[in-house]
Design a protein around this ligand. Structure first.
Ligand SMILES: Nc1ncnc2c1ncn2[C@@H]1O[C@H](COP(=O)(O)OP(=O)(O)O)[C@@H](O)[C@H]1O
Ligand SMILES: [Mg+2]
Length: 369
């Protein structure tokens, strides 16, 4: 199987007044799982359709391997797109479904049969080959659609929310299978989803989109640990990141984030940076993930526990610090704490992010040291 890289360069697509894809550029490496992630309507499907050739960009270029394919029709691109809806032929057998593209390409009968059986083996469909596709479950139908795609040896596999209609358990299983198959074949895969957890677990790299724009590209860990904008910080992670909004002021030598009655002392954090004074008087947003907030009897922040939820191996504690500020802390499940209790909190200072309220972008500060 040939494996290709994909490059999208300054692509813009309008539908009337709507800019569905706004000057988007990214590069997908050979053999990786690259995910377009973002809320519904942000332009993921349009971007994928532009790569597949089903849609023409108004501006910009698409390269597959070293070839500029921008004006090539889909059938000349050697890519395969698996849609959100299952694209199986329900009245055909699984065998005929998988063989479909090969027959269109007039592949000789023996070669075709060998190919179908090999793929059925990889996708665990061998004992289903004679069954009508429409009689099988969601997971099997999606595997059939995938097999039919892979059969024609595309250089790039495009998948648009293929797990949307499956329930949580099936999704988890299919996600693992998908990754296993992709690793076995080594094919370049571009995956689309609105589900951040799915993107985190499946992808080698993620591109986060919002309102037609590409906001950030990176490995799941990079995106999680170093969000470059408030949108990305919010969109990734569950429970969602804590945000504290306010104006940065200096009072009696202390740095405070103030808004209405909210006043959070961030001196300890700010003292590890050089150019903090430049932020004084500006509206900022402090971002801190729930797992980076600790219960700490000597912590600088005080509040009352409102709600405790069990979240897997941890407790998600909601602490009201001010009337208008609730912070979430994700703590070990054995932590002894009860609703209504007054607690003190501290932050992992290494993990505090600062965003400019106006631009919603990360403020870059230079570290003392
Ligand atoms: N063929 C079309 N005609 C008009 N508007 C479209 C068309 N396709 C998509 N859109 C609009 O473009 C935006 C992006 O859509 P889409 O790429 O499907 O987003 P996503 O896949 O991220 O949900 C949406 O506002 C959608 O309504
Ligand atoms: Mg879509």
């Amino acid at each position: 199987m040939k494996i290709a890289k994909v490059r999208v360069v300054n692509v813009t697509k309008r539908f009337g007044d709507l800019v569905a894809v706004n000057n988007v550029s990214f590069e997908v490496y050979e053999g990786e799982i690259f995910t377009l992630l973002g809320p519904s309507g942000c332009g993921k499907t349009t971007t994928l359709r532009i790569i597949s050739g089903l849609e023409k960009p108004d501006l910009g270029k698409v390269y597959i391997g070293d070839n500029d394919v921008t004006t090539l029709p889909p059938q000349l691109r050697n890519v395969c797109l698996v849609f959100q809806e299952y694209a199986v032929f329900p009245h055909m057998s699984v065998y005929d479904n998988i063989a479909f593209g090969l027959r269109v390409r007039k592949v000789p009968k023996e070669e075709l049969s060998k190919k179908v059986r090999e793929l059925a083996e990889v996708l665990e469909l061998t004992d289903r080959l004679n069954t009508k596709a429409g009689r099988l479950g969601i997971s099997e139908q999606q595997r059939i659609a995938l097999a039919r795609c892979i059969a024609v040896e595309p250089e790039v596999l495009l998948l648009d929310e293929p797990l949307t209609f499956a329930d949580a358990k099936v999704r988890e299983k299919m996600r693992r299978e998908l990754k296993k198959i992709q690793r076995e074949l080594g094919v370049t895969m571009i995956y689309v989803t609105h589900d951040q957890l799915e993107a985190m677990m499946l992808s080698d790299r993620i591109a986060v989109m919002n309102k037609g724009r590409l906001l950030q590209v990176g490995s799941p860990i990079e995106i999680y640990d170093n969000p470059q904008s408030l949108f990305v910080a919010h969109f990734i992670g569950s429970p969602t990141i804590n945000t504290i909004e306010g104006v940065l002021v200096k009072e009696r030598g202390r740095f405070l984030v103030k808004r209405g009655e909210v006043a959070i002392d961030v001196s300890e954090f700010m003292s590890s940076y050089h150019n903090v004074e430049s932020l004084l008087g500006r509206n900022i947003v402090i971002g801190i993930r729930p797992e980076d907030v600790y219960l700490d009897v000597n912590g600088p922040i005080e509040g009352v526990v409102e709600v405790i939820e069990v979240s897997g191996e941890r407790l998600a504690i909601h602490i009201r610090v001010f009337k208008e500020l609730v912070l979430k802390a994700l703590v070990p499940i054995h932590e002894i704490v009860s609703e209504g209790e007054r607690v003190r909190l501290s932050f992992n200072l290494e993990k505090v992010h600062i965003f400019d309220k106006a631009t919603e972008e990360k403020v870059v500060l230079s570290r003392v040291k």
